[in-house]
Design a protein around this ligand. Sequence first.
Ligand code: GLU
Length: 478
Amino acid sequence: MPYKVRTRFAPSPTGYLHVGGIRTALFCWLLSRQNKGQFILRLEDTDKKREVPGADEHLMQSLRALGLDFDEGPDVGGTYGPYRQSERLESYRKWAQKLIEKGRAYADPTSEEDLDQLREVAKAAKKPFLYREHRPTRPPQWDGSQPLRLKSDPKPYTWHDEVMGDLSTGPEVVDDFILIKSDGFPTYNFSHIIDDAEMEISHIVRGQEFLASVPNYLNLYEALELDRPKMATVPHILGPGGNKKLSKRDGAKDVLDYVRDGFLPDALVNFIALLGWNDGTDQEIYSRDELIQKFRLNQVQRSGARFDEQRLIWMNGHYIRHKPIDTLHELSKDFWPPPAKDSPDEYKKRILALVQERLKYLAEIPKLTNFFFEDLPADIELINSDKVLGKLEKPLLRELLVKSRGAIESSDFSLDHLNSTLNSLLEQTSQRPAVLFSLIRIATTWAPASPGLADTVNLLGKDKCLQRIDKAIVLLEK
Ligand code: GLU
């Protein structure tokens, strides 16, 4: 059979996906696309206590929002389904039965309390707890009411991890772990092995938290007489401080929130790919196709990758700056402030062209552009708190505005003419741009920041500008 690359993303539906979760999905997706293989979504929903209603839909939506389309999965089907573990219980029971018949699995009659006590004893003796040291000599017949455990065959292992390299462990880490819990659901440790085999998965890419269990998995593969997929362990993503694993608790955001804030899928994918991977160059911007071509598991770093949201914001800004205006306009559709509702597309495109350079994510559009669509409240504080204007007398400011009004009124409002009008105003009034231009800027926008003055005034149009300047003149009389 030709070697096929089949990767899977196997989240538990216990909440949203943050960048860390989705990075595993992205690496799997890149690998499958690079090798013209398949990318599979499998929902590991066997821990009923931790399940969050709606999380499965949310996960699928997140993958799709980033363009990580899956070829097989719960809502697209596929020949290796079902793709929810809770619908595969038959399979697990069948394989469990095989192990029992081979004498490699047994019912565990130990009560929770006894188990706790055994753990306490080991702890007091400063020894690692190994269940196999307390293996019952005559285990009961397994009737499903007791946990089913693997009867392990402890031995040393050496294996190759595509990221971490060659690893080895001694027999002391291999134990009799639970395969099926007393609630009838399999453990992750058991179910993923069965599913990966039945789904013909070629590569397992997963987080570091599973690494310590690999020797147990290897033991189980042998007991089941199954070949194992290649394994790749990706390092933790560290919080901004660089010393702690990034977690939802320290504010790791839902990737869908980034999408809602107008982070572009390609920018997110680029940023997430670089959380732990680089191709040995200092390139930072990779198109999706380039990532598909260049991604290699053996270039994933072994130590933790630091999550830096500022870098994501910078990168998104880069993607925004490089979009043609028509595309940016298309992407911005849902981000305009309400008063822009009836504004013509051409007007919006011209505004976008002015703010594109500064725009970091699309949810900033209202803040940067609202004064083009509505009169903002004329707040004298904007003048008072200005480093330069705040020190000047109001009558002087008023006089400057009156002069500016005259000049602006007589301009033909072409961009060229406006520029020369503004420059001659500077000469006439013997003022610096920090005084005159700031004043006109505030009087025509009443916004904390705006694009270049001539561009802004030009786009606002003569009537609007004069109206607003008149109001400002009145305000300065008070
Ligand atoms: N269900 C596991 C998790 O959500 C999946 C680990 C794996 O990819 O095998 O962490």
